[in-house]
Design a protein around this ligand. Structure first.
Ligand code: NAD
Length: 476
């Protein structure tokens, strides 16, 4: 897709807002600027927060059924624009338009999430009800929620925040990543016709805008998805007015392949566990531990499988893996590959990045690097994967846990009792057995250790947009 002819505007108080200064948005497949988006000033942010604050009183007072019906209408309206949004998404994000992990999937999943979350209701609990006392506990919205989103799943991860924040009665200011703002801005336009003015605001700009949000005295909650490094800054700035925070941060997920696993069966699944979305998934398999008894056969299978995967421009209907989303990430992944090469580690696939237009990196598999290699210890967030040999289960559990991250992990093999006992010992928020990155709206998702604070999804995720409130009535 070449330069887009339409103008993109922020949504503030139900109206389109543009700015004189703009931020360019690139198509990562060809590095051309496809659009310019508004660059919000602090005043623009103040206007959005003021509008959200003003709308809060009425929005929090309408029934949850009414808020849910608006969310359902929102989901239906997005689906009606599905084709345009999926194409826009591929243009800014690079994700293939077709295939299992496609741009259509992003839009469809976001709408599905919105509908499922809209069906949740916050409980009112009677803790005690006797002759002398009634004690009731319920949940109240927090106020204005600032929702900060990364570039790897810009629409779905925004919806993970938008739906529960609004259902609980908060008003919102959404900030997409500067790399992928277009689809979110379009969704903001759709929201203008559905939600009362001020309830749903979208602002765009550079990273400083995120920081202004976290420091803003009239934002009550920040729900942030992004890197652990930025998450730490968010937590610090949020202290200014004791904002509530949910932090969904980085990961360095280990997959452990047991000695009884059948390489032919598990290799295709593990390939996609690692490389879907060009490996730019927080819960992608980023370290792959394989038992020594099957290591050689497994690595051969993996190499063979990798050969047949079409990599290219996401607009090409045959492409299954697109470019890395942005230059910064592209340079980071290239540096990890160069580092692995410089230490003499065997690279069994890929490893050479062609000097051509677009942020394309071949699937690169690093054969048994040492545990302290950068490619093992750092979150690559791109198509380079260390495959590491191990000989006993205690050893591999120790290695898998030897990281500050604790997002997710997986175990693969036929002995489900063994797999389960390993899963219980992994220090992560989620462990899958014989599958990977299955995320569902009714299942809480969150990181342990430095992978985050709090959870998203499920009733637990909804409660993160509320205060708990108790009313005690003394009867006698
Ligand atoms: P990032 O931390 O660079 O940026 C995330 C968002 O924060 C962007 O919108 C950015 O503009 C904004 N931001 C930047 N500086 C800020 C600041 N000082 N204060 C407030 N906001 C600021 O992350 P990214 O590169 O966009 O995303 C990749 C990272 O996100 C990876 O580490 C990945 O693992 C993680 N991630 C985690 C999850 C999860 O659910 N745990 C999901 C997806 C991605």
């Amino acid at each position: 897709m070449n330069t887009l002819t339409r103008e993109f505007s922020m949504t503030i108080n139900g109206k389109a807002v543009t700015t004189e200064q703009t931020v360019p948005v690139l198509n990562p497949a060809n590095e051309t600027v496809i659009a310019q988006v508004p660059k919000a000033s602090q005043q623009d942010l103040n206007n959005a927060v003021k509008a959200a604050r003003a709308a809060f009183t009425a929005w929090s007072a309408v029934s949850i059924e009414e808020r849910a019906s608006k969310l359902e209408a929102f989901s239906d309206a997005i689906i009606q624009q599905r084709e345009e949004l999926a194409n826009l998404f591929t243009a800014e994000m690079g994700r293939p338009i077709n295939g299992g992990f496609s741009s259509y999937m992003e839009i469809d999943s976001a709408c599905h999430w919105c509908k499922v979350i809209a069906r949740y209701r916050l409980p009112r609990e009677i803790i005690e009800d006797n002759e002398s006392h009634t004690i009731e506990r319920y949940y109240t919205p927090l106020g204005v929620a600032g929702l900060i989103v990364p570039w790897n799943f810009p629409v779905l991860l925004a919806m993970w925040k938008i739906a529960p924040a609004l259902l609980a009665g908060n008003t919102i200011v959404v900030k997409p990543s500067p790399y992928t703002p277009l689809t979110t801005l379009r969704i903001g336009e759709i929201a203008r016709d559905i939600f009362p003015a001020g309830v749903f605001n979208v602002v765009t700009g550079e990273n400083e805008l995120g920081q202004w949000m976290t420091e803003h005295p009239d934002i009550n909650k920040i729900s942030f998805t992004g890197s652990t490094a930025t998450g730490k800054k968010v937590l610090q700035s949020a202290a200014v007015n004791l904002k509530r925070v949910t932090l969904e941060l980085g990961g360095n997920d280990a997959a452990i392949v047991l000695e009884d696993a059948d390489p032919k069966e598990v290799v295709p699944k593990l390939f996609w566990a690692a490389f879907s979305n060009t490996a730019q998934i927080c819960v992608a398999t980023k370290r792959l531990y394989v038992h020594e008894k099957i290591y050689d056969e497994f690595l051969d299978e993996f190499k063979q499988y990798t050969k047949n995967i079409p990599i290219g421009d996401g607009m090409n209907p045959d492409t299954l893996i697109g470019p890395v989303q942005n230059k910064m990430q592209y340079e980071k992944v290239k540096a990890l590959i160069e580092d692995a090469k410089s230490t003499g580690t065997n690279i069994v696939c890929g490893g050479t990045v062609e000097d051509k237009t677009g942020y394309f990196i071949p699937i690169t598999i690093v054969d048994n690097p040492p545990e302290d290699a950068r490619v093992v210890t750092e979150e690559a967030f791109g198509p380079v994967l260390p495959v590491i040999k191990y000989s006993n289960y205690d050893e591999v559990i120790t290695k898998a846990n030897n990281t500050d991250y604790g997002l997710a992990g997986s175990v693969w093999g036929k002995d489900l009792n063994l797999a389960r006992s390993i899963a219980e010992r992994l220090e992560t928020g989620t462990v899958w057995i014989n599958e990977a990155h299955i995320l569902l709206p009714n299942v809480p998702f969150g990181g342990h250790k430095q992978s985050g604070i709090g959870v998203e999804n499920s009733i637990e995720g909804l409660k993160e947009y509320t205060n708990t409130k108790t009313i005690m009535i003394k009867k006698k």
